[in-house]
Design a protein around this ligand. Sequence first.
Ligand code: NAD
Length: 272
Amino acid sequence: MSISFKGKVAVITGGAMGIGEATARRFADLGADVAILDRDRLAGEKAALALSGNAKRVEFYECDVAVPAQVENAMNSAAAAFGGIDVLVSNAGIQRYGDVVGTSEDLWDEVMAVNLKGCFHAAKYAVPHLKKRASGAIVVVGSVQCFTAVGNSAAYVTAKHALLGLVRAMSLDYAGNNIRVNCVCPGAIDTPMLRWAASLDPDPEKVLATCDRMHPLGRVGQPEEVANAIAFLASDWASFITGTALMVDGGMLVPTGGMGFQESGTGAAAKK
Ligand SMILES: NC(=O)c1ccc[n+]([C@@H]2O[C@H](COP(=O)([O-])OP(=O)(O)OC[C@H]3O[C@@H](n4cnc5c(N)ncnc54)[C@H](O)[C@@H]3O)[C@@H](O)[C@H]2O)c1
């Protein structure tokens, strides 16, 4: 049995670029009809056009996941156009920095509205459609920061931790409808978000090289590698998996004390 989404409809929030775009491409390649929901109209239309054709159907719906009426409208429009929804990939997210003192009320609210409430909105308006099918899947894009923290990222870390709670709550609520709900937790992935974050430093290349070294596999991940994990969790191959988090982090969370300690801490000399 190979993974196929033939005859299935997948909705991907934040599907215009980065991990979301790679996921839209993977689902289309595996036979799904795909709805990209994104607030960036230019990038969304471009992605949908690029991924369509050769019997592939990918449509763009302009939508800010922080605005419930827009999500409801986009979800219902996609379901009407495609004849239903089988898979929701809740991926849209933003990165913002600050400790609690340095985080303004507005910045905190913005991060929560997109990264946490955006997922609540997407699920709220997708689940009624998923319930109409014999089975369904929701995959939420979390982060290694669902489990761990990076300094100066209070709102982002909090939202990502909370997402895991939402995943677990939904996995129980919809198990009886045969809707599985899981989370993927990427390490650093080479997307516009990572490039933007690196560009905040005077030496972006140095930041990216440090990101490479944070992962035992010695490199940052590619968006397609996260897309593959998402496709697996949404597929029948994961038919008995729900309420869980799959690390897609090149081993990032494994080493005690981080990679620096592995290179020069106790025991490191004995290895040489
Ligand atoms: N890149 C990484 O290193 C990394 C690591 C761990 C987790 N993640 C998570 O993966 C997800 C995707 O990240 P990415 O790196 O691909 O980001 P990206 O910035 O490269 O792409 C994000 C996409 O989401 C869209 N988007 C942002 N806010 C939106 C909103 N309010 N409504 C609708 N669309 C919106 C953007 O327009 C864009 O198309 C995010 O949830 C992010 O937190 C990324």
